[in-house]
Ligand binder design. Structure first.
Ligand code: B12
Length: 206
């Protein structure tokens, strides 16, 4: 599967994912055993200039199709509402694969998730946390150049957002230390830990 993902073979990869699921392979195993390692390899090659943006885009499309097939199994049958999470990638950031994964697993854990997409301004976040009566705002960024935007957005949400709103961050260049520095209530390194962190924030929640 990793080879098909990296080659961006959408149909062949989707076919393999469908067959794996039909054979009883858990969706989590497909994700953690093939798709995520595949994206990691791709990132390494991209960093070393062995591949370029078009190849990454083609592989990303295959990743998204494969994730769409896994989504029903990852979401399961959760129907209780544990709270509302408004999620998005901060302004200037167009990476959404990791954010989408966080959104999927968070839905799977029983949260209502409102996904604002990518390149989301502070104002748009503020508007959405109000109108959706969010418990948690979850911000994603993948670029070091958007870390400062993330800090500004966290500041705006804490300053002007509704009382009791929790603000959480994540994405490859972020760390717990950075979260502490910018005053975010929560940080997690990956999608699985993100769900635990959101549950913790709701437990602590106002
Ligand atoms: C795919 C990809 C792209 C695709 C994005 C497609 C898409 N729809 O997302 C395209 C080709 C568009 C792209 C463009 C660019 N990219 Co790019 N891209 C990547 C790549 C290869 C993989 C990212 C990915 O999807 N990973 C897989 C997912 C599952 O992991 P993840 O995103 O880290 O998410 C996990 C965690 O971080 C966490 N998480 C994520 N969000 C959140 C949010 C919360 C709240 C929480 C709790 C957790 C959490 O949980 C997720 C799941 O476990 C990375 C390399 C890498 N290793 O990350 C480079 C990378 C991020 N890109 C990079 C660059 C430089 C760019 C460009 C500037 C390239 C260019 N010259 O144009 C542009 C910028 C576009 C923009 N304005 O955003 C650099 C960033 C360097 C830096 N330090 O800033 C990287 C690191 C590559 C590299 N090594 O050089 N990119």
């Amino acid at each position: 599967m990793i080879g098909l993902l990296r080659a961006g073979k959408v149909d062949a990869l989707s076919d393999r994912v469908r067959r794996a699921l039909a054979a009883g392979v858990p969706a989590e195993d497909v994700l953690n055993g093939a798709l995520i390692p595949g994206m990691r390899e791709l990132g390494e090659d991209f960093k070393r200039n062995r591949i370029y943006v078009p190849e990454v885009l083609i592989a990303s499309r295959a990743m998204k199709e494969a994730m769409a097939l896994l989504e029903p199994a990852l979401i399961g049958k959760a129907r209780v509402s544990r709270g509302t999470v408004v999620i998005g990638a901060v302004a200037g950031d167009l990476h959404d694969i990791g954010k989408n994964l966080v959104a999927t697993l968070t839905r799977g854990a029983g949260f209502r998730v409102v996904d604002l997409g990518v390149d989301v301004s502070s104002d748009r976040f503020l508007e959405a946390v109000e109108s959706e009566q969010a418990d948690i705002a979850a911000l994603s960024c993948l670029l070091t150049t958007t870390l400062s935007t993330m800090a500004e957005t966290v500041g705006a949400l804490k300053e002007d957002g509704p009382d009791g709103l929790k603000v959480a961050i994540g994405g490859a260049p972020t760390t717990q230390q950075f979260a502490n520095e910018i005053g975010a209530h929560g940080y997690a390194e990956n999608a699985g830990e993100a769900v635990d962190m959101f549950l913790r924030l709701m437990g602590d929640g106002a």
